[in-house]
Design a protein around this ligand. Structure first.
Ligand code: HPA
Ligand code: ZN
Length: 336
């Protein structure tokens, strides 16, 4: 199987921390973990909802202390992503989660950025960094962190909004998004994962986002679907994540085929691959297996990902040509 060339647009770098790396970094930093070993930790990844995952996600990232830790985590993701066919990655990080436990902003930003700086040469993956804000913490804190990111000239292309969704509507973060937009940053936000379609509307109308992360609950609102289709709003969908966090019962119940049939601009992403049972290629293969998606549908998802990315035109054109070449090669070989 030729890996499908894709852009990964919805990826939390802290969610790529594999159990074995959590143990390695804990050892390096003299931290003792309340689990027997990596297998014992992995056995706890049976989530009932978003919050049950977030509890382990925030616990796992406490082993990240030095720039080198952030760099090693990021490089491990890029290595695995290159095997998955990822050709461009727009990577979210959660600065507040690190600041809250005493890690300096420069430590986490510089560590991740160091791995991104060599990504094209090392792995052929172009990259961009997005600072995501935790919606279950005060908006004033997010505003302060954004000001600091701008002050240190952090190499970010945009901002995002993540963590516990229900009860924390996008409108709480209006000032943060206004500042980001005025500073020339791109804007994305999680909406409609566990939260209602109204949160997707708020993200569009009030935060004026360029993309919606997840967005699967848009299907509950026909007028919203029509608007998303008409405006070609990108929705970065994460199928294995939705299964693991119980947004859907099984992959067979996932709305992705319905979303494609309605004409929505959907891409496939891995979200937190170390926690949700797979990287981008695992998500694609699972969709192929369960829904019988053929080469044309897969090529369309890949093309959507590149068209929805914050890419320079020449790179976008080159990557879209790779999708065309993939389709030709797959058709010739008769297997995808
Ligand atoms: N949803 C919301 N917040 C998150 C996620 C997610 O899937 N992963 C990391 N932070
Ligand atoms: Zn996410």
């Amino acid at each position: 199987m030729l890996p499908l060339p894709c852009a990964e647009l919805h990826l939390h770098i802290e969610g790529t921390l594999e159990p074995h790396l959590i143990f390695e970094l804990a050892g390096r930093n003299g931290i003792s973990l309340p689990y027997a070993d990596a297998a014992d930790l992995a056995a706890r990844y049976a989530f009932s909802d978003l919050q049950s995952f977030l509890d382990l996600y925030y616990a796992g990232m406490t082993v990240l202390r030095t720039e080198q830790d952030f760099e090693d985590m990021t490089r491990a993701y890029l290595r695995r992503a290159s095997a998955a066919g990822v050709r461009h990655a727009e990577i979210m990080m959660d600065p507040q989660a690190h600041l809250a436990r005493g890690v300096a902003l420069e430590t986490c930003v510089n560590g991740v950025a160091a791995a991104l700086a060599t990504s094209e040469a090392e792995f052929g993956i172009s990259t961009a960094l997005i600072a995501a804000f935790l919606r279950d913490r005060p908006a004033a804190e997010a505003l302060g962190v954004l000001r600091e990111l701008i002050a240190i000239d952090a190499p970010i292309i945009g901002i995002g909004l993540d963590s516990a969704e229900v009860g924390y509507p996008p409108s709480l973060f209006t000032e943060v998004y206004d500042l980001a937009r005025n500073a020339g940053l791109k804007c994305v936000a999680h909406a409609g994962e566990e939260g209602p379609p109204a949160y997707i509307r708020e993200a569009l109308d009030i935060l004026r986002v360029d993309r919606i992360d997840h967005g699967i609950r848009c299907l509950e609102d026909d007028a919203l679907v029509e608007r998303l289709v008409a405006d070609r709003v990108p929705l970065t969908v994460c199928p294995l994540s939705n299964v693991r966090l119980r947004a859907v019962d099984t992959l067979a119940d996932h709305p992705l085929p319905q979303m494609l049939a309605r004409g929505l601009n959907v891409s496939v992403n891995s979200d937190d691959p170390a926690y949700f049972g797979g990287y981008l290629d695992d998500n694609v293969q699972a969709l192929e297996a369960v829904f019988g998606l053929g080469p044309d549908a897969l090529a369309m998802l890949a093309a959507n990902s590149f068209r929805s990315a914050f890419l320079q035109d020449d790179r976008r054109t080159a990557l879209l040509a790779e999708v065309d070449s993939w389709l030709v090669a797959v058709r010739q070989s008769g297997v995808s």
